[in-house]
Design a protein around this ligand. Sequence first.
Ligand code: FAD
Length: 383
Amino acid sequence: MAFPDWNPEHDAFRATVRRFTEQEIRPNVDRWREQGFPDELFRKAGALGLLGIRFDPKWGGSGLDHWYTVILVEELMRGRDAGATVGLLVQCEMATSVIDAHGSDELRREWLVPAIRGERIAALGVTEPGGGSDVAALTTSARREGDEYVIRGGKIFITNGARADFVTLAARTGDSGAGGVSMLVVPTDRPGFEVGRRLRKLDLHSSDTAELFFDDVRIPARYRIGEEGSGFRYIMRAFQSERLVLSTMVNALCRDVIGETLAYLSERTAFGRKLASMQVWRHRMADCLTDLEASELLAYRAADRLVAKDPRAEVSVSMAKLYAAEMVKRVVPECAQAFGGYGFMEENYVARCSQGVQNWGVGAGTSEMMREILAKRCIDPRG
Ligand SMILES: Cc1cc2nc3c(=O)[nH]c(=O)nc-3n(C[C@H](O)[C@H](O)[C@H](O)COP(=O)(O)OP(=O)(O)OC[C@H]3O[C@@H](n4cnc5c(N)ncnc54)[C@H](O)[C@@H]3O)c2cc1C
């Protein structure tokens, strides 16, 4: 049996996303690299039902599973704008899945429904200037005052941060440590909320990445998502989908880059021969294809276990994220080298991809954190 075992429904969904990517993303990437992608993209994706594929149909979602998330990411990445893909996936997975899973019906109606339609833009605020890996140590506080929370602190590296209508925020409502963290919906039109620097990145140019400040921002207590003190647990659960998304993005990027490189090797001649006939390039590309295949299979295995709610899903997701983040650092520079001087020119897609390889081992949990999780889950320190 083929793995994944794609069925006609998967194929139909893939065709829908492919059309969307070809019409709405691919023709615009050069402009968006300079200007950022427009807010309108959220509305267009929402109108097509792409922003709530795993969410409850009661709120406008499609009630589908992680396989559809994989397809969505694979097809969006064909647009060659990883920044737009990240922006959309923050909207439909990273910043909203916790509201779908744990929010009250009132919260879902007010924030999830318009986010699924692409009418309100969402950001996820976890990382702080003082650190991102150690989520349990975050210091942004949400102090309870009567029927309100008063929020004070700052976040950094927040995707969609400069344009968000609301931030799904991790804040400290209790004592130090994981048990004192809660998740809150914070509308960005409240007094005391401010967007700081729009950070310039080495890649993903079309997405916005911002510093956010909260200076005694008041929100109603009913904007808390789920139980007080359960935020850390919610974030860790949501990270599983985020990490699958990131792994899939990397794999799709590498498949595209390898395809582009193979085409170039078949065209380009040196010393009277096609590069594709030279054993060194044939072997290097064989290595790249093998590395990619391994990475894809790990990600598909992770999706399979997430869908099956298999307790080993976290191990598979962490392996998939770790492997993809390291694989891209081997594969993309190797491919860029095949282009010679063109592999250093901004006009060349493969060259541009090689600028950002480091990033994939950072977002949604660093490679070191993936190794920590795997060591904890798989290695008994007593031997
Ligand atoms: C493009 C981009 C978009 C992002 N979007 C968002 C977003 O939308 N929302 C959001 O909340 N965050 C976002 N982030 C932040 C991202 O999640 C963090 O950068 C990441 O979690 C790492 O946190 P940090 O940068 O503070 O590094 P730190 O936690 O300070 O770590 C620094 C280094 O030390 C290593 N390290 C830390 N602890 C250990 C340990 N115990 N053992 C070994 N090594 C360790 C890390 O792996 C890393 O290499 C984004 C980041 C990027 C680059």
